[in-house]
Design a protein around this ligand. Structure first.
Ligand code: C2E
Ligand code: MG
Ligand code: MG
Length: 763
């Protein structure tokens, strides 16, 4: 039978008792001895229901088990006592009216109540320390005394002085019933979410108190006439309440735990009020001399005022506690959330991920990195950059919803932790789609690269994050605004690439870099007019590493600044040396590549001036090659470029024609030279007899030379690999070029040999 069935069964017995009682009182059915049979039957059922729970519930906490075992025994013993009483009454039905409870039966009932009180006393309370324990003991004693005063005044004392000759046993039992009620009631406030359910304890308090109270009132007011409904109707309620308590304990695990009850704190105040009420009743009800009455009233007034004062102090305390708690919560929030966006921070993210891996073993991480956020910051300032981050955070929060935890990992890097069964790829697609619309009040367009890692068996926080990082990195490399999900084998190349940053630092310290120079020649007569400095890395194990491979890493890590400084100093020194050796006509210009990050460096202009001064190379001999994307990097860069131009240093637009705004750039940028990109030189010479096709191939080269003429700019054609290309370029009007066909990049000695040969030819 389930706990519910037991409740129904005890309720049915109680209802039967009521029905019998009504029948007896109205039509005088049967003998009054029957009034005594309902309690033991209902009691037996209640004991059985406790028994069933103890048998069926392996999940029961040991403390709760101990408690319910004592309750089972108490209910069984009490029921036995009442069964004895019922048997005695039925056996002597004729004298039922005058018989008092047999002593063994009363002894059983009294023992049962004492057992119940003992069980309640052993329910542990949630005390945090010694002082707390004392405070609770005091509170409960106060409450106990207060309640007892009321019980005494309204129950026991009237019974004692009643006209009917009440047996001592009955009074003792009633008193003990109250004691159970008071013990349970004063305990319930301190057990919070303890092993014994609060509701169950309350029901047991009611099982002791309600019947005892009603029985006392009935007995005092109606004498013997009250004892029939007391036995048949009121007392069977006690087992019913116990059965309900069992059901409540069964549900306890499924109820959310609540905060410590406030009533616990209020209990002593209520007790004082409870004790004061009979006192006032006595003061005005009984015939007393007025001085005594004054003393009584004053005593009540004083206790009432002290209570009030205490209560106010308690409220104040409570308010302070509340404030502290709020503050704690705020602090807690601050250490686990990002100050700017309010999203969870890296620490909380790792924590949650660790939890998810430990509990379910499954989790998916999306790493979202904004593309070119640095540009926004540089171009528009940090204020707008911050606002953009806030907008991205808002977008993330609304797209993710309840499906996961959005995080700001740091800088322009965000993440989402998915612990449910939301599809990470679908979310990534949604995020990218949302980012195609301009965001923030500045209507900015940002893109993001997203890496996805799904935790496999045995995954750790670090491995999942590394995988997400690798996937994101791969997404970036594959072109921006993309999504990549981590797959096996993805790590190695990416890690090698990531390592490059670290290796570069070491290489710089170990002098593994050197500069080579590619001659820039006149297309007619192949005479050297200048050089372009190109950096080379002699890697100890990998051999010569191309700049195309490590310059991006150097830019990302900022190492391009010292690296560029090295090329600048070296080139200036070398060019000055050649000029000294071969005379002022030997070399018109020495060029070198400057990356965007260098132009951003506020010291860059000073460094160029310093290198020129130290080497003695005249300003007009130095050419700085910059790419379009570098030039488009905002105020600071533009200021630096104009300043260099004013100093007489010439600026060349490298890889011209490959960018998006080459033409408009020419107006704003003080360029002196245009370097036609190799892609427009490739295939320029092909003559397949179809003039239109050749025309299309030459279109850009033609346009660029016309533009250069109009703007009075010099040109250099890059990447010339054949004599046919030279011819085609000359045909178009180009006079200067660079390429493997003319001369490959070589070390300084190679250039020196070339210069020496040239001098020999002309002299
Ligand atoms: P860039 O400035 O356009 O340099 C020209 C690149 O084309 C060089 O490659 C050069 O070796 C190569 N090249 C020259 N003639 C030919 C040819 O006929 N055919 C082919 N296929 N290639 C030719 P490199 O040295 O690998 O440099 C690649 C890029 O790395 C450079 O492009 C430049 O943007 C960057 N870079 C090189 N050195 C430095 C440096 O010191 N600082 C910075 N910031 N960037 C550098
Ligand atoms: Mg260049
Ligand atoms: Mg180039």
């Amino acid at each position: 039978m389930t706990a519910r069935r037991y409740v129904q069964a005890t309720a049915a017995v109680a209802a039967l008792g009521t029905a019998w009682c009504v029948a007896f009182l109205t039509v005088g059915a049967g003998t009054e001895a029957w009034a005594y049979v309902f309690v033991p039957i209902a009691g037996g059922l209640a004991a059985a229901s406790v028994h069933r729970m103890l048998r069926a519930g392996p999940g029961l906490d040991p403390v709760a088990r101990r408690f319910w075992r004592a309750v089972r025994l108490a209910v069984a013993v009490i029921s036995f006592g009442y069964a004895w009483l019922a048997a005695d009454m039925l056996a002597h039905a004729a004298e039922a009216r005058t018989r008092s409870m047999p002593v063994p039966a009363a002894a059983c009932v009294i023992a049962g109540f004492l057992l119940a009180i003992g069980a309640l006393a052993r329910v542990p309370v949630v005390a945090t320390g010694g002082v707390e324990r004392w405070r609770m003991a005091l509170d409960r004693t106060i409450a106990f005394l207060g309640c007892s005063a009321v019980v005494w005044y309204v129950g026991l004392a009237p019974m004692l002085s009643a006209r009917e000759p009440w047996s001592r046993q009955a009074m003792l039992i009633d008193g003990l019933g109250f004691a159970v009620a008071v013990a349970a009631a004063t305990k319930v406030s301190y057990i919070v979410g303890g092993p014994v359910d609060r509701v169950a304890i309350r029901l047991i308090a009611a099982a002791g108190g309600v019947p005892a109270g009603v029985v006392a009132v009935l007995a005092v007011r109606f004498g013997y006439a009250g004892s029939i409904p007391a036995q048949a109707i009121v007392m069977p309620l006690a087992p019913l309440l116990v059965a309900l308590g069992v059901a409540a304990q069964g549900r306890a695990g499924r109820r959310p735990r609540r905060d410590p009850a406030r009533v616990g704190v209020l209990l002593p105040y209520l007790a004082i009020v409870a004790a004061d009420v009979p006192l006032i009743a006595v003061a005005f009800g009984a015939p007393l001399r007025w001085p005594v009455r004054v003393v009584l009233v004053t005593a009540v007034a004083v206790t009432a005022l002290v209570t009030l004062r205490q209560y106010i102090a308690y409220r104040e305390n409570d308010r302070l506690l509340w404030n502290t708690r709020l503050q704690e919560e705020r602090l807690q929030f601050e250490v686990s959330h990002d100050g700017l966006t309010g999203l969870a921070n890296r620490a909380l993210f790792r924590d949650r991920l660790r939890n998810a891996l430990a509990t379910t073993g499954t989790a998916a991480v999306l790493l979202v990195d904004l593309d070119d956020f640095k540009t926004v910051n540089d171009l528009l300032g940090h204020g707008i950059g911050d606002r953009l981050l806030v907008s991205v955070a808002r977008l993330l929060r609304s797209e993710v919803g309840d499906a996961g935890l959005p995080v700001r990992v740091g800088g322009d890097e965000f993440a989402v932790l998915l612990t449910g069964d939301a599809d990470p790829e679908e979310l990534a697609a949604r995020l990218l789609a949302a980012l195609t619309r301009p965001i923030s009040e500045h209507r900015l367009l940002v893109q993001a690269s997203i890496g996805i890692a799904v935790a496999g068996p045995g995954a750790t926080v670090d491995s999942v994050l590394l995988n997400a990082d690798v996937a994101m990195y791969t997404a970036k490399q594959r072109g921006k605004a993309g999504v990549v999900r981590y797959a096996d084998g993805m790590r190695e190349p990416v890690l090698a690439h990531m390592q490059l940053g670290g290796e570069l630092r070491r290489a710089l310290e170990n002098d593994e870099f050197r500069v080579v120079y590619q001659p820039i020649m006149r297309l007619d007569g192949h005479r050297l007019i200048g050089v372009e400095a190109l950096i080379r890395w002699d890697h100890p194990t990998r051999g010569v590493v191309s700049p195309a491979e490590f310059i991006p890493a150097a830019e990302r890590t900022g190492l391009i600044v010292p690296l560029g400084r090295f090329v600048l100093r070296e080139t200036c020194r070398q060019a000055a040396a050649w000029l000294a050796e071969f005379g002022p006509d030997a070399l018109q210009e020495a060029g070198l590549n400057v990356s965007a990050r260098q132009l951003h460096d506020p010291d860059f202009v000073a460094e160029v001036t310093g290198a020129l001064a130290d080497s003695g190379l005249p300003c007009e001999r130095l050419v700085l090659e910059v790419t379009e994307s570098a030039v488009l990097r905002g105020q600071q860069v533009s200021r630096a470029l104009h300043e260099l131009d004013r100093m007489g240093i010439r600026l060349a637009l490298d890889d011209f024609g490959t960018g998006e705004s080459s033409l408009s750039l020419l107006r704003a940028f003080p360029a002196a030279i245009i370097k036609l990109d190799k892609s427009f030189v490739d295939g320029i010479e092909i003559d397949d007899g179809r003039p239109a096709a050749a025309d299309a191939r030459q279109a850009v080269a033609r346009a660029v030379i016309q533009l250069a003429r109009a703007l009075r700019l010099e040109t250099v054609a890059e990447g010339i690999e054949s004599a046919e290309q030279v011819a085609a370029l000359r045909e178009l009007g180009y006079t200067v070029g660079q390429g493997f066909h003319l001369a490959e990049p070589t070390d300084a000695d190679g250039v020196a040999r070339l210069l020496a040969r040239q001098r020999a030819l002309t002299s």
